[in-house]
Design a protein around this ligand. Sequence first.
Ligand SMILES: Nc1ncnc2c1ncn2[C@@H]1O[C@H](COP(=O)(O)OP(=O)(O)OP(=O)(O)O)[C@@H](O)[C@H]1O
Ligand SMILES: [Mg+2]
Length: 390
Amino acid sequence: MIRFEHVTKRYPDGTTAVDDLSFEVARGELVTLVGPSGCGKTTTMKMVNRLIEPTGGRIFLDGEDIAAIDPVQLRRRIGYVIQQVGLFPHKTVLENTATVPHLLGWKRGKGRERAAELLDLVGLDPSVYGDRYPEQLSGGQRQRVGVARALAADPPVLLMDEPFGAVDPVVRDHLQSEFLRLQEAVDKTVLFVTHDIEEAVRLGDRIAVYGQGRIEQFDAPAAVLGAPATPYVADFVGADRGLKRLSVTPIEEGDLEQPPVLHLDDPLGRASARLAEEGARWAVVLDSDDNLHGWISTDRTGASGTVREHARRMEAWLPVGASLKQAFATMLQHDAGWIAVIDKEETGRFLGVLTPARLHEALRRSIDADVRAVPRTEVELETVSKVASA
Ligand SMILES: Nc1ncnc2c1ncn2[C@@H]1O[C@H](COP(=O)(O)OP(=O)(O)OP(=O)(O)O)[C@@H](O)[C@H]1O
Ligand SMILES: [Mg+2]
């Protein structure tokens, strides 16, 4: 979808901002550009919509050399979110969002309708926020308007230059998860610049780690963290990359332990005898569909009746495929020695439990796998096909 071929940008004063850059971003892929200040990230982005012209090499959009596309036409196909959001202070949120449709000459009603739809999509109720002015919004809300505005003309490509740079970590975390959900629905090809390796890892299908004007490694997040291509990349992703890996390693079924299982309608007497026999101090409790209900401990199993009356609800659970980081956070949050893992949130079929020891093993497995066979920078470009769930 976006292809750089030996692209160089040398400014008149002799600064080489981007040096012989070649890479490709597949349709529907989200690539994060990460690197220190001044390494050429913004320059890379602005060459895509021709706000900056390269001094060497070529850039293709959907197979077309962009040098041959009229810049105004080109920019209609590319949404652009800049770091300081750049909302018009004297226009309302709705008018700001409808800017591009307005420029494209859409009928006023249609533009506003589309703007309202998009505000809704980014989590801002248009009937509440539509008529406000940017100064009447929080930083996070302004960022969302920026994203809605970039999506307004439904461009296939989005350029986002540190779109969540100006908000505090909590809001940022929230915007990131919202953006991931949004991306599932709209399925754009995205170049996303950030200073923050955590953000790059969380959002990117692949990450381009920049050194000075060059890409040092272009790989899946797990590979960048697991097997940095150069000492520079290792240094950049940091000594705590084992910790960061938690966020890119999913819980797999093979990681789970199988504790004793009881059903809600089991008589308590028999249940407690079984637990004693197995030497277990607790069991997972399922309903008649084998969906997770909760758990029961042996100190409750002496009484009469059924498991139902004595089972406790289970708060600490996650769907399979959630990250090890989420698992760890869930354990801490509920002060739990283990968490239940279910097949997916809607059905809740119980698959097993994840213990700290199993979590550690899963992390080891993921690191070992990458160290053995890591795709390096010359890796075949894989197309990320996502199911649009809009
Ligand atoms: N108009 C210009 N003239 C000369 N040098 C420039 C110009 N614009 C940018 N540069 C230089 O090009 C290099 C890359 O700049 P760029 O804005 O792409 O960096 P960046 O990676 O986006 O940095 P940051 O993370 O701080 O935003 C820097 O050294 C910068 O000083
Ligand atoms: Mg920049």
